[in-house]
Design a protein around this ligand. Structure first.
Ligand code: ADP
Length: 452
């Protein structure tokens, strides 16, 4: 062994840093191993919304909430494919994790709000953009607690004693210079290496439609630790459940267009509408992936463009340069620029406008979403495709964050937290639950690993 620690944490995103800080607070000698040259992973670039029941802030606004409601909404939104025990633990302990983050120096903005896809006003945001508020505070805490973070160091193998029956005792790493080293963990190893949205082969293994899609993730989200964990007996759950978001066709990045829903329609390359735009995210994703080119067009008129919020407008305006945003005075001209049949586009818009008049849509849009006709030029189009956003499946864990083996038993000495795990979100993740989950379960994993 090159070096021995009590606890080794793989990955420096939200789950990894919280596990490391929690372990070090329990006096365990702890190290964080990170393959990239920067800490933070996807957590650095997330929207940052943290769902947790918060009686003090919620009561100020007259919002009723409970841990039971948070759990029930999480399970229902995931079509009851989440693990109820895990969801119960996560929702119960999210408020405690929120307070702990405050104690670690994360500054939260006052109040709560409902984030997109969040189902209830229980989201909290830090005072810094994206996930930076969390990462910076926990990085400082690591420094204070003497937890080294080894950058450019990649974990390639987990080492387990005995014939898949003993403890997990260490990891094999590849250093920046390509040197192999073995690091020993006396108490436990926490896998917090994130999801696999940036790995086309792994995506396609579980959902063949997703091979050639872009991703919203950082490039290190390649799911490296899944196979090494399986090699030593770990079980995985829900690997097929991959959440997609509509983004610009060229980069997959957010270009607005999709909200507010009441003033947009989608057409495919034939200029035809194909889905109720107010449907569930996964239903729309399936419809877009089923369209002839997997690229569709969001169409807005001048008032619909003006209805987009500031961030969406900024993103949309930024997409003109790369051709993902298009503007024209007439629908004929717009169709020509998009290279789609003008007659069909005009017919799609006419039929939709008629549906607004009659409050009845052939695609089943809710009458409440039939209030805005597309009639006032200039007209705007966004070229949209689906981008891989969040892999909801991963290593099976129990509520103590222990990794489970294929026989349903915890693997001694091995813990996991964050997007690398499965079982919390089921088929469909609620907005604001990922950030809450990584810190809540990350903390649980670090605490338990340090006591092992
Ligand atoms: P989470 O949200 O679950 O914390 P993140 O994506 O934020 O996940 O963080 C995961 C981190 O793990 C990333 O910084 C990523 O680069 C790192 N990572 C992934 N694979 C490895 C590996 N094989 N060795 C070391 N670090 C890894």
């Amino acid at each position: 062994w090159s070096k021995t620690y009590d606890v080794i944490v793989v990955g420096s995103g939200g789950a990894g840093l919280s596990a490391a800080v929690a372990a070090a607070q329990n006096k365990a000698s702890t190290v964080v191993i990170e393959k990239m040259d920067i800490i933070g992973g996807n957590t650095r670039i997330t929207g940052g919304a943290f769902n947790a029941v918060d009686p003090v802030e919620q009561e100020k606004k007259g919002i009723k909430d409970s841990v039971e409601l948070h759990a029930e909404q999480t399970l229902k939104a995931g079509d009851y494919r989440g693990n109820p025990e895990l969801v119960k633990e996560f929702t119960k302990r999210a408020p405690e994790a929120l307070q702990w983050l405050k104690d670690c120096g994360v500054v939260f903005l006052p109040g709560v709000y409902q984030v997109y896809g969040g189902l209830h006003p229980r989201a909290h945001s830090s005072n810094k953009p994206f996930g930076l508020g969390y990462i910076e505070a926990l990085e400082n805490k690591c420094k204070e607690l003497n937890v080294p973070i080894l950058l450019n160091t990649k974990v390639v193998r987990l080492i387990r004693e005995g014939n898949l029956t003993g403890r997990v005792i260490g990891v094999e790493v590849l250093t920046k210079r390509g040197k192999t080293q073995f690091l020993r963990a006396v108490k436990g190893i926490v896998i917090a290496s994130g999801g696999f949205s940036a790995n086309p082969q792994a995506r396609a293994l579980h959902d063949p439609r997703l091979y050639d899609l872009p991703t919203t993730n950082h490039k290190g989200a390649t799911g490296d630790l899944i196979s090494p964990a399986q090699d030593i007996g770990a079980e995985v759950v829900g690997m097929d459940y991959i959440q997609l978001l509509p983004g610009g066709a060229t980069t997959g990045r957010f270009i607005g267009m999709v909200s507010p829903v009441e003033s947009v329609i989608f057409v495919n390359k034939n200029g035809d509408r194909f889905v109720a735009e107010d449907n569930r995210r996964d239903v729309i994703a399936d419809a877009i992936l089923g369209s002839p080119t997997k690229v569709v067009f969001g169409i807005r008129d001048a008032d619909g463009y003006a209805a987009m919020n500031k961030g969406a407008t900024k993103a949309f305006n930024g997409a003109f340069e790369i051709g993902d945003a298009v503007k024209a005075d007439t629908l004929d001209e717009l169709a020509a620029k998009l290279q789609i049949p003008a007659e069909n586009l005009k017919k799609a818009v006419d039929t939709y406008n008629k549906a607004v008049d009659e409050k009845k849509d052939p695609f089943g849009r809710n009458p409440k979403m039939l209030i805005h006709k597309i009639e006032k030029g200039p007209f705007y189009a966004g070229r949209l495709t689906m981008a891989a956003h969040h892999t909801m499946g991963g290593l099976a864990i129990n509520p103590r964050a222990q990794v489970m083996d294929r026989h349903g038993k915890p693997i001694p000495g091995l813990y996991a937290a964050g997007e690398v795990t499965g079982g919390v979100h089921g088929t469909n993740r609620v907005g604001g639950n990922a950030v809450a989950e990584i810190f809540t379960i990350g903390k649980i994993a670090g605490e338990n690993a340090s006591k092992d």
